[in-house]
Design a protein around this ligand. Sequence first.
Ligand SMILES: [Zn+2]
Length: 301
Amino acid sequence: MVLWQHTAARAQREARSVAEAARKHLCAIEHTHKHVAVVFLGAPGVGKGTYASLAARLLGLRHVVMGDILRRHAPEAASTGELLADEDVTRLLHADLEREARSVVLDGFPRTLRQAKLLNTPPFDVAVPVAVLLTLDETALVAKCLGRRVCQACGESCNVADVRLDDSAGMPRVELPALAPPQRCSASDDTSASTTPATPHARLYPDAEAGSAASFLQRFDTTCDLHARADDTDEAVIRRRLAIFEAQGQPVQEYYGEQGALTQFDITHGIPETTLPLMSTISEALGAASQRVLAGATSRL
Ligand SMILES: [Zn+2]
């Protein structure tokens, strides 16, 4: 095995042992609460879904994606973007948790302060020992949104943006390499899949030459049908989406801050470098929460 494989294997082993410690903290909390949710917060494009799924797998928890629940149980609202009342959304989520009463990693909920408050008060009463707020430099965030490509057949995604920002004015150095697409599309056998060739976005950030996106994707010779999503192609639209998240997300973050549950994690590198420190952060936060429960300092998380 070459050196980087050794290093990667060790990081994976360490992440697993950190996750094991986190599980023990979680057990202490599960004794006093029927439903426990580790909440992931973060702006669109920050990689929330990816990291929530990764954490769920390592922690042995179910990854509950609010968007999926809405698509399943309120398809009209999900497709038209019509807003459901906070009570209705919370009820749908709670019904899902009741079906399989165990701890979950929650992704895409709560979006509003009202939802956050409803979640951990009766009749819902879901404990949130940790709310992980993923943050990423805004320049990098916009670049990663512009670089996202999603397969129209299987839903897998990749990212053509290779983002490297030097540290400046107290901001850490950012190195977020492009993400390769899967080689074989899992929906390859589906003949109904579109065969329209991808129209790669010409713009890469920072200052990569036009056409790099196409040459990046060509390198992988993937069978996936990769396209930029319509709302990912316009920088103004992306910035507007971020502003909405800021306005809505701030009160949610403040709420979890007051509860002692908010844990901010700044993403500066790719998934391999991020997994271990992220899991350590979650484990420490769960440890602190379990101490609060054991000390009886809070009847409710
Ligand atoms: Zn595919």
